[in-house]
Design a protein around this ligand. Structure first.
Ligand SMILES: CC(=O)N[C@H]1[C@@H](OP(=O)(O)OP(=O)(O)OC[C@H]2O[C@@H](n3ccc(=O)[nH]c3=O)[C@H](O)[C@@H]2O)O[C@H](CO)[C@@H](O)[C@@H]1O[C@H](C)C(=O)N[C@@H](C)C(=O)N[C@H](CCC(=O)O)C(=O)O
Ligand SMILES: Nc1ncnc2c1ncn2[C@@H]1O[C@H](COP(=O)(O)OP(=O)(O)OP(=O)(O)O)[C@@H](O)[C@H]1O
Ligand SMILES: N[C@H](CCC[C@H](N)C(=O)O)C(=O)O
Ligand SMILES: [Mg+2]
Length: 491
């Protein structure tokens, strides 16, 4: 590929003293800088990117984008280097990255909320594919669909994101649904993406370690509507969430077209009825008052909400409602979300789910109840180096909604796993404590009697257990099958 060059003006950037530069690439990490690059020196939690300016200059950087603090730390730069000082350098970087990479799938939507983002983005992609479009979803499970790539973050940094979007567009992808994490929104990672619609699922506790307060966490999520989504776009809001009405007001104040979803009459897309059975549910949706009966082979009442949100986003982005409802029965479950992982010879089922917040544990267990005649058993833990205050709340949610509890490890990272388990068990002292996750799953499976179900919560699609700096291969679905095979003697 011919080397690409852009001026600062072409990237929407203005340097001090009107200086111009010919940019050959963008980087946020000093280690990625090559000759001719613009280096975005951003404030971080451990250091300020500006501390790496001497090193990027020796590597040939020709422009530095930073904030006032970064400019102060940079001191006097050589004459040949352009300095761009922005109030929000992360937002400026997002716009520059979108201009640098230049292309994205034409129709894009984003979804935010504490839980349900991956599910909604995946369902939106599946709907588009069923309608004949080349579509992808981008998020926690990487990029999936008509074009695939791994991703380290739920919402990638703008350089990674726009590189992906341009590659996907070049490969013929026309439709993309992406997850907007609260970290991603707070750090302006998706501000350069042109969205046709955005959705809000729900707001409950997570990530307080990063945001500090519920208000700051909500404000980050609201950024999708009050900053990123253009006024002519559609805002799809779950009105059943206590914060739905507030988010709807924010969207309306920005001139966005509202599509409300929820269980109550009056929602544009109403979930008017649900009937559950062993393999899924029949859902009666009302679209602007008109009934649409849909069979979903998905476990869990909340999945009907996620499907409604995905349908709202696809309709908001321009699809005909009749076409969308026609293809909904084709939807299949999302990896690691209420996934039927194994069935014992006595008929009892094992489900793997990514519930890793208090609300998600409660939701997942409550959602399983109508599908299960016997007892509900749960195996769960809580991640290390993450929001500590959610641990006892997860224990309390499991205690309230399950009949038998096994507390185990889930990515202890740098923390002492026994201490994490103790914090959970403050709220569920009668739970069985089994640190080794494989053994906990085996014990949970062993406890299954006819009619019971086991929920293995917290890791979903994850393929490793993170202990100290190491990632040990671990897959809940695989472990569930191994446990069932070992106990039922089927190999
Ligand atoms: C909390 C957070 O989002 N941190 C991100 C942040 O790190 P930081 O602020 O600690 O950065 P730092 O280490 O202090 O460094 C400051 C700056 O110096 C730069 N630097 C640093 C070292 C060096 O040698 N050279 C260099 O240039 C860094 O690139 C950075 O721009 O900037 C780094 C570089 O862009 C990111 O890798 C890092 O994400 C870390 C890995 C992370 O784990 N983020 C998670 C929490 C996250 O974003 N998660 C959400 C999903 C959450 C969910 O919904 O479940 C996601 O969207 O994935
Ligand atoms: N609409 C919903 N309401 C409440 N809980 C939900 C909902 N959808 C999913 N969940 C629960 O949350 C878990 C995570 O779902 P999903 O991966 O779709 O969410 P996410 O928002 O992408 O999570 P993350 O922020 O970790 O990427 C599911 O496994 C399920 O237990
Ligand atoms: N994206 C989430 C996933 C958590 C999943 C759970 N397995 C854990 O490690 O806590 C986070 O990083 O907080
Ligand atoms: Mg996700």
């Amino acid at each position: 590929m011919a080397e690409r060059v852009a001026t600062l003006a072409q990237l929407g950037l203005t340097a001090k003293a009107g200086r111009e530069a010919r940019i050959t690439g963008l980087a946020v990490d000093s280690r990625a800088v090559r000759p001719g690059y613009l280096f975005a020196a951003l404030a971080g939690s451990k250091s300020h990117g500006a501390d790496y300016i001497p090193s990027v200059l020796s590597q040939g950087a020709v422009a530095i984008l930073t904030d006032a603090e970064g400019a102060r730390r940079a001191g006097d730069l050589p004459e040949s280097v352009a300095l761009i000082v922005a109030e929000e350098p992360r937002a400026a970087l997002a716009m520059a990255a979108s201009l640098w990479f230049g292309a994205q799938p034409q129709t894009m939507v984003a979804v935010t909320g504490t839980n349900g983002k991956t599910s909604v983005a995946t369902f939106a992609r599946q709907i588009w594919v069923a309608l004949g479009h080349a579509a992808i979803n981008i998020g926690t499970t990487g990029v999936e669909g008509a074009w695939a790539a791994p991703s380290a973050h739920t919402t990638p940094d703008p350089i990674t994101l726009h590189a992906m979007l341009a590659d996907a567009a070049a490969a013929g992808v026309t439709h993309a649904a992406m997850e907007a994490s609260s970290h991603g929104l707070d750090q302006f990672r998706l501000d350069g993406v042109r969205l046709r619609a955005a959705g809000f699922t729900n707001f409950t506790q997570d990530h307080l370690d990063y945001h500090g307060t519920f208000e700051a966490y909500f404000a980050a999520k609201a950024g999708l509507f009050d900053r990123v989504l253009p006024p002519e776009a559609a805002a799809v809001i779950n009105m059943n969430d206590p914060k739905g009405a507030e988010m709807a007001r924010i969207a309306e104040a920005h001139g966005q077209r509202l599509i409300t979803v929820g269980h109550d009459a009056g929602c544009d897309l109403q979930i008017a009825g649900q009937r559950f059975d062993a393999t899924g549910q029949d859902v009666r949706y009302l679209w602007q008052g008109k009934p649409r009966q849909v069979r979903l082979d998905l476990i869990g009442g909340f999945q009907a909400e996620n499907v409604a949100m995905a349908a709202g986003l696809v309709i908001g982005a321009g699809a005909a409602p009749a076409d969308v409802f026609r293809v909904l029965p084709q939807l299949s479950g999302v990896r690691g979300r209420m996934q039927l992982a194994a069935t014992r010879s006595n008929g009892a089922s094992v489900f793997v789910d990514y519930a890793h917040t208090p609300d998600a544990i409660a939701t997942a267990l409550k959602a399983l109840r109508p599908h299960v005649m016997g007892r509900l058993i749960v195996v769960f833990g809580a991640g290390g180096d993450r929001d500590r205050t959610k641990r006892p709340l997860m224990g309390a949610a499991a205690r309230e909604h399950a009949d038998v509890l096994f507390v185990t490890d889930d990515n202890p990272r740098s923390e002492d796993p026994a201490a994490i388990r103790a914090e959970i068990m403050q709220a569920c002292p009668d739970a069985n404590e089994v640190g080794d996750r494989a053994e906990a799953i085996l014990r949970g499976v062993d406890a299954l009697q006819p009619g019971d179900a086991l929920l293995v919560a917290g890791k979903g699609h994850e393929s490793g257990q993170i202990i100290k700096g190491d990632v040990f291969p671990f897959d809940d679905v695989e472990q569930a099958s191994i446990a069932v095979a070992a106990l039922d003697g089927v190999i």
